[in-house]
Design a protein around this ligand. Structure first.
Ligand code: ZN
Length: 218
């Protein structure tokens, strides 16, 4: 029902403003080194010698779009393990873009997840603590563009799955997605994490902020 309402709403909006772009996956496997190198700043332009094709692809488009971010990037992603997209996000962070990530607690710890890498670099990450998955897959660029669809940001999905990604530059749409992001951001505030039943908590001095914030009950 909610989905129908959303579809209808999009249809209505579409009459006035059209969605800008749709990407379909699986993506042709192409090299995105050039895009990343160009975004990293001025430097010697070396011809990439890798055996991959260097033309356009849905992944290249997504990376390119991300790299247009100037001020803020909100990522609300169930699974994030694509190294290329991870590098693009790290690059933005280094460039001074305010990056915030909301993700799924179970999937962020899987091998290959980019989330630890992002965290290590100083990017703020918050995750769910629900029984259900934090299953969204959307991003908001500069509070102006929404990227959403079925695609998890994983190499598996990018290269092998049938997926769609809708890119919309639409103020109303951004508003509702941003409101959802802010709601989750607040709900997943670490101050209110309640992972471990009190009796199972093990205090780890100077290691676990959770133990410091919520002293072990003994
Ligand atoms: Zn290459």
């Amino acid at each position: 029902m909610a989905l129908e309402a959303a579809a209808y709403w999009l249809l209505l909006r579409g009459r006035r403003r059209r969605a800008r772009e749709v990407l379909f996956f699986p993506s042709r496997v192409t090299c995105v080194e050039g895009l990343l190198a160009a975004a990293a700043g001025p430097g010697p332009t070396l011809q990439c010698a890798c055996p991959l094709p260097h033309g356009e692809s849905a992944l290249g488009r997504l990376v390119g779009l991300l790299l247009t971010t100037r001020r803020s990037l909100e990522l609300c992603l169930f699974a994030f393990s694509s190294p290329q997209l991870g590098r693009a996000v790290l690059l933005l962070h280094r460039r001074g873009v305010r990056v915030r990530v909301v993700t799924d607690a179970d999937y962020m710890v899987l091998a290959g997840s980019q989330v630890g890498r992002l965290r290590k670099a100083g990017i703020q990450v918050r995750h769910d603590q629900d029984e259900g998955y934090m299953h969204h897959k959307f991003a908001i660029i500069d509070k102006k563009v929404v990227i959403t669809g079925s695609l998890n940001w994983t190499t598996q999905a990018i290269q092998t799955n049938r997926e769609n990604v809708l890119i919309m530059e639409d103020a109303d749409c951004v508003k509702v997605f941003l409101a959802e992001f802010e709601k989750l951001w607040e709900n997943y505030n670490p101050a209110s994490y309640i992972f471990f039943p009190e009796e199972k908590q093990v205090p780890k001095k100077n290691k676990c902020s959770l133990a410091i914030e919520k002293p072990f009950n003994k």
